[in-house]
Design a protein around this ligand. Sequence first.
Ligand code: MN
Length: 325
Amino acid sequence: MRTKAFAKNLIKICSHANRVAISGHKNPDYDSICSCLAMQEILQQQGIIADVILEKPLASSFAPIIKENIFVFEPTNEYDVVITVDSPEKNMLPSSVIGLIEKAKFTFAIDHHKDHTYYMQSSQVFEGESSACEVVFRSFEPYFTLNVRLSTIFYMGIYADTGGFVYSNTHSSTFAILSKLLVYDIHPDEIVQNYFMQISLGAFEMFRRAIDSVKFYENGQIAVSLLKNTDFEETKVSYTDSKMIVDYLQRIAGVKVAINIFEPEKGEFHISLRTASPDVDVSLIAKKFNGGGHTRASGLKLVGEYNKLLRALLNQTKTVLGITK
Ligand SMILES: [Mn+2]
């Protein structure tokens, strides 16, 4: 349900607040960062100063939209209002933000995840919408004036979460927003080349290693890649820069589930699940292990012995695929 009251109420409460904090999820992606920055700019247009809280400085790939922003990394102030974006669960937030929520008078969540857990006092969740950026755009449209920077922010968030406007979460409403953004001189070709296509040499080295690691199961229906802790130690490449493999294996004909495993810290496994099959829901695999996400793209974290957890992952994947034997 689209509620205009949410935006009106949020603006009203923020305009009476001393301090407003905005946060996305840990290990932020473009949609998370961009929806934070969009909220910050929208509030600023309403005469409200808000801080965007981050766990740690961002990778340089976020450069075009962050240079004029000051993030708060270790909040020492208390905030009377906390707004979260793109975060379906409280435990996905930076720990400092969880502390801020406990002390805040008013708390709001803006999200598009279908497994949103309604952990804030007031929530605006449009399930299945392309991105948190789209939810922000639709909810707050009466309260902002687009400009080059805000249009760039929305474009980058929506581009990222729709895989370049092709995932099943891309609706006519998404293109309706894009047509409004492209009125401004935002150079989508340069944004896409410089921030989504171009990769560092380190990212390429990790992609090469990940490709080399791929194993197939169940007659090629399941593909598994693994970047081990030794790969991270040898290359010194960050986890964020090692994820190029994530959207790749689902492209192989016959592959129904791509399981991409990363071990940035010894014994701690970050797992990204992808599918391009319309009849497969990878969030059902992630949920089994307390992970979450979307039908086509989900993630989870596991700690333990690799062979054991791989077996558990494969078993649950087979169940989701309806493979009984
Ligand atoms: Mn998102």
